[in-house]
Each structure stands twice: as C-alpha cells, then as structure tokens.
Design a protein around this ligand. Structure first.
Ligand code: ZN
Ligand code: ZN
Length: 264
C-alpha cells in the first residue's frame, strides 16, 4: 500500500448476515484516512478482521435505515470508545453522514445504548440531501451522495481520490441518478440481489438483478464492476451472476470475496 492509493475493502458483500457472510459494507482508505460505508450487524468483527481498530475510523456513512446497513452503527461507535479504553489513539472527531431521518435514528439509538458525552472523542452529524447531490470531504477523500431507488429513502455514494474513483450503489433498482454520479468510475460496486430467474423478487423488494447492475456499469462507462449484496441462497452462484452481468457490460465483472481489497 502506498500513500497515493485508494483502497476499498469489502467488509461484507452479502445481502444479509449468514453463518459465513456479512451484510454489505465497504472500507475506503487512503493516506491514513478511513471511512466505513454501511455498518450491518457484523461490522465490529469485520473492522478488526480487516486489520484496523474501530478507533481508527474517521467517518461513517450510513446509506439507509435498513438494519443490514445501519444495525451495527451503535456498536461500531461504542467499540471506538472501547478501543481507546484499552489505550488506542484515534481521531478527535468521528464524522457521521446519513439522510436526515436516518441520522436522527442513529443518534437516538446511540443515546439509548450509551452516553456519547462520556466518549473520548466528539461526534459530528452531517445530513445528506434526500433530493440532490451532496458533496463532502473526509481528509483527502472526496465523496458525493445521490438519492437512489429503494423501498425506503437511500443514497448511492461516489469516492474520488488522487484521480481514482469508486462508486457504490447501495440498495436500489436501476437508478439513472446513480449512473450519472458514477460516470467513468474506475470501479462500480453495484448491488446484485438476484439473477434473472429471481428478477420478480428483486423488483418487488426494490433491488437490482446482476443484469441491471451490468446495465448501470455500461451506462456509466465504468471500467470494472463488483457485484455485492447477493441474496444468500445465491452465494454459490457467483459465476452465473457474473455471466448475466457480463451480457450487459463490456468491462471486467467480479463478485468480491469478503475482506478482499481493491487497490487503485
Ligand atoms: Zn435496503
Ligand atoms: Zn440491504
């Protein structure tokens, strides 16, 4: 790893927690800055397994309220405190980004469990727009969010650093807003909840098929597509899902292993 690299670690890549897999979550890191995007129930263990401490996290972005994306937020924040009890050092401030109603829920949940005034670090809460693009920086990482199409309000994310870019759809049907945000990304991380044979289930639950993910990557001009948020019964069908996406997308398609890392 060099300072000029943008790194993305797949802390989870599944549509839900299972006996062997964790819900989809990404760790962006570059030049000593670390940002967690989505925090499901297994997030604390996955952060440690990725080789860092919860106290090392500079910012947390929660895309939407569903517990496979938000359910570990309180515990991740608590574990930041706990790491420091054990002598770890970390940033003075934890920055938290989410849609306004999600932010309110996260803060209420945290206060229900613990008193953040007793933490060794401050927490800053930043609302993302539910209707337009929000731009913000965490250290040298530049982020944008945009509303996408899910069963509850949700945002897709783009991260740019040193001329490299990675976009993440979160949970969505094919969303033109996300395709625009992700234009010319080096890597598009797109949910692929189901394959063509379960397209009705994907549509009903406001998720994408692998083919729709391929269509989004093609329309955005992405170089590479990573399929995540798989319906658990499809974890053994990754080659089929990749093949269905590749029908729509000219670039490289992959289903990442949990805790694998992209270095750009
Ligand atoms: Zn969802
Ligand atoms: Zn989800």
């Amino acid at each position: 790893m060099t300072d000029s690299q943008l790194n993305v670690t797949f802390l989870g890549m599944c549509g839900n927690q299972t006996a062997t897999h964790e819900a989809t979550s990404l760790l962006f890191s570059a030049d000593g800055t670390r940002v967690v995007v989505d925090a499901g129930p297994g997030i604390v263990r996955q952060v440690y397994r990725a080789g860092i401490l919860c106290a090392d996290v500079d910012a947390i972005i929660i895309t939407h309220s569903h517990a496979d994306h938000s359910g570990g937020f309180t515990y991740l924040t608590w574990s930041n405190f706990y790491d420091r009890l054990g002598g770890a050092e970390g940033p003075d401030t934890l920055h938290v980004y989410a849609l306004p109603e999600v932010l309110a829920g996260l803060e209420a949940n945290l206060r229900f469990a613990y008193n953040p005034a007793t933490f060794q670090f401050g927490i800053e809460w930043y609302p993302l727009s539910a209707s337009s693009v929000t731009s913000f920086s965490v250290g040298p990482l530049f982020f944008k969010s945009v509303p996408v199409e899910h069963s509850v309000p949700n945002v897709g994310i783009r991260c740019d650093y040193n001329g490299r870019s990675v976009s993440y759809s979160s949970d969505t049907t094919y969303a033109a807003s996300f395709v625009d945000l992700a234009a010319s990304s080096d890597v598009m991380v797109h949910e692929a909840f189901a394959g063509n044979s379960l397209s009705e289930l994907a549509a009903r639950t406001k998720h994408s098929t692998a083919a729709e993910a391929g269509r989004a990557a093609q329309a955005a001009g992405a170089r590479r597509l990573e399929l995540v948020h798989l319906f658990p019964p499809l974890l053994s069908k990754t080659q089929e899902l990749s093949a269905e996406a590749a029908v729509e997308f000219d670039g490289e398609v992959n289903v990442p292993d949990e805790l694998s890392r992209i270095e750009l």
